[in-house]
Design a binder for this molecule. Structure first.
Ligand code: ATP
Ligand code: GLN
Length: 145
């Protein structure tokens, strides 16, 4: 019986062709993370300025003065990266490797299934919409059927 929660190979439930990797990281790590993503062939990324609190609470960032806030939320950035299932682990690894300082407040990554992708310009759906020119699949020589 397909509950939709069975895992079959990749270890994620529910199974999906695409996943969204959402990463909340320190603003001053963003360019470092982004250049690493570009280097590995990630071409589509959405970034938001956000504020939040975790174990770090409202403790002020100890690093750049521009990141200080006067209220109880700490300024962070959120990256949203939709990729095919086979690219999720590599993306997560790259993000954490380049966002990490080892101090409280480094951030967190959330992974969730994405039902479909639509390219506005062409109306393409699915893998055709998710693949990007010069993207990771192309770099790795993965040919889509
Ligand atoms: P086109 O070939 O028509 O330019 P595209 O696939 O390159 O299509 P864009 O229209 O350039 O996509 O993307 C618009 C915005 O959508 C990007 O600036 C980015 O914020 C977001 N975006 C695109 N692809 C992704 C993705 N895979 N994950 C997260 N955000 C994405
Ligand atoms: N998976 C896409 C590709 O290989 C890239 C997706 C992305 O850049 N977010 O073309």
């Amino acid at each position: 019986e397909a509950s939709g929660l069975e895992t079959e190979g990749n270890g994620y439930a529910p199974q999906s062709d695409f996943y969204k990797v959402e990463a909340v990281v320190r603003p001053w790590r963003l360019s470092h993370v982004a250049s690493a993503l570009i280097k590995m062939g990630i071409r589509g990324v959405t970034v938001y300025d956000v504020r939040g609190f975790g174990a770090q609470g409202g403790a002020r960032e100890r690093y750049a003065g521009s990141e200080f806030t006067e209220d109880s939320f700490v300024q962070k950035v959120k990256l949203e990266i939709v990729v095919s299932q086979d690219q999720v682990e590599a993306v997560v690894e790259t993000v954490i490797d380049h966002a990490r300082t080892g101090e409280i407040g480094d951030g967190k990554v959330f992974i969730s299934p994405v039902a479909d992708v639509v390219r506005v310009r062409t109306g393409e759906r699915g893998l055709k919409a998710e693949r990007m020119a010069g993207g990771r699949a192309e770099i790795l020589g993965i040919v889509d059927s």
